[in-house]
Design a protein around this ligand. Structure first.
Ligand code: NAD
Length: 433
């Protein structure tokens, strides 16, 4: 059992803290947000992530939540950094939160410890973190900095952490590697040990490759529409090739979330900074920007303006299983509809609460899909929640004023849409009119 502190209680920090407690460690989770800390002390997760709150409640004896970083860091064996690294205006990563924690660690620690960087940080940042800590240490102690990038996906974060595809550990000295092996004893995952820069690169290269795969299939989908092929069949046929694999071949209106958009831009920025143009990553970014507006462009086939149209929106989050709205396609699409005069009704099982903070008055939030689509002139599907995928298609025809369904996530089979007599337009497939 080790004494562990985790800085940041977002999707990465909190899930890491809870899973480490589940594996027997004593974990203090630190955040600057007092409201979040108060909720967590009551056993309530401030974010939606399947299974997280239950696991948190189960391990409350081993979990502590505080804003008092000094108390948390001073005698910790290991301190994880899991704070955000959002995008700056120029596309580079904002490292101020990470460096802020490094300074707090330097002023707090009273014994030797390993600082583990879980946040996604550009190649070379771990060196800088080590420099910051070592140059401002208050006490005479040894600090070892290790890179340990996180690969969890929102919506399955607990499962992804307890049964990770791999645990990547980037170290410059043997000792940190030994401590991390001890921390992760009991986790069901292979451990890959590299140097720090390679570990930092593994994270960006993995995310950017997945973003590229999505943008690639989206471009093929766009071409399928033009030439009359069907992207679902094409993806199925491609996926059987084990060199390609069948995951991340779902065509749609583009990736969103807190990682792919910023991690593609940050690596592209970093490459440019070193006078190298990452052309494939740039292409993924550009394709995704256009793809986000695909449904709005398609809708021009059916009407010239949104003025006074009743628009139903199903799904607000960037993907199912999360309440996170960061870079969700709805954030650009819904304002365009509203500006053009639409009456927007929206449904999302967990994301509506957060969307309401951004659009409290100009969007009507419904509890059911039926209420959302009732009397609508058009329905947009932005997130493939199970409730949407399992929804009885005939109800669109029954409840909508005009049953035009524009599906950005290919939730239905074309033959079912045709049978249900809806006008159905999806991505990379024939339109059903
Ligand atoms: P988040 O924005 O959900 O959470 C960050 C938290 O850090 C916030 O609660 C914030 O209040 C807190 N914080 C800021 N400064 C702090 C400080 N000095 N001390 C303590 N807490 C502080 O972020 P996230 O989505 O969990 O992402 C964290 C990092 O992990 C990012 O670098 C991200 O790229 C990476 N990552 C995220 C995911 C994901 O799916 N969200 C997956 C893999 C990697």
């Amino acid at each position: 059992m080790m004494k562990i502190a985790v800085a940041g209680t977002g999707y990465v920090g909190l899930v890491t803290g809870v899973c480490l407690a589940e594996n027997g460690h004593s974990v203090t989770c630190v955040d600057i947000d007092e409201d979040k800390v108060a909720l967590m002390r009551d056993g309530v997760s401030p974010i939606y992530e399947p299974g997280l709150e239950e696991l948190m409640k189960k391990n409350m004896e081993k979990l502590h939540f505080t804003t008092d970083y000094q108390q948390a860091y001073k005698d910790a064996d290991v301190i994880f950094i899991g704070v955000g690294t959002p995008e700056k205006k120029d596309g580079s990563a904002n490292l101020s939160y990470v460096y802020g924690v490094a300074e707090q660690i330097a002023e707090s620690i009273e014994k030797d410890c390993v600082v583990v960087v879980k946040s996604t940080v550009p190649i070379g940042t771990n060196d800088k973190i080590e420099e910051i800590i070592k140059s401002s240490l208050k006490n005479d102690v040894n600090v070892y900095v290790a890179s340990n990038p996180e690969f969890l996906a929102q919506g399955s974060a607990v499962k992804d952490t307890l049964h990770a595809s791999r645990i990547v550990v980037g170290v410059e000295e043997e000792f940190a590697g030994k401590v991390l092996r001890e921390v992760y004893k009991g986790f069901d995952a292979p451990i890959i040990v590299t140097n720090r820069k390679s570990a930092e690169m593994i994270k960006y290269a993995s995310n950017d490759f997945l973003a590229l795969k999505i943008s690639f299939i989206n471009e093929i989908a766009n071409l399928c529409e033009i030439i009359g092929a069907d992207i679902e069949d094409v993806a199925l046929g491609m996926g059987y090739d084990t060199r390609i694999g069948n995951r991340f071949l779902n065509a749609g209106i583009g990736y969103g979330g807190s990682c792919f958009p910023k991690d593609t831009k940050a690596l592209h920025w970093l490459a440019n900074f070193h006078d190298y143009e990452l052309k494939t990553v740039k292409a993924a970014i550009d394709v995704n920007e256009n793809q986000k507006l695909k449904l709005i462009k398609k809708s021009r086939k059916y009407f010239d303006s949104f003025k006074d149209l009743n628009v139903a929106v199903l799904g607000l989050t960037f993907k199912p299983g999360t309440d996170d709205l960061r870079e969700a396609p709805t954030l650009v699409n819904i304002p365009l509809m509203l500006e053009d005069g639409a009456n927007v009704k929206a449904w999302d099982p967990v994301g509506a609460k957060n969307f309401k903070k951004l659009h409290p008055d100009d969007v009507t939030y419904c509890e059911t899909i039926e209420d959302t689509i009732k009397d609508a002139d058009v329905c947009f599907i932005f997130t493939e929640w199970d409730e949407v995928k399992n929804f009885d298609l005939t109800k669109y025809a029954e409840l909508m004023k005009t049953p035009i369904v524009l599906d950005g996530r290919n939730c239905y089979r074309l033959k079912d849409a045709a049978k249900a007599k809806v006008i159905y337009d999806s991505v990379g497939r024939e339109s059903i009119n």
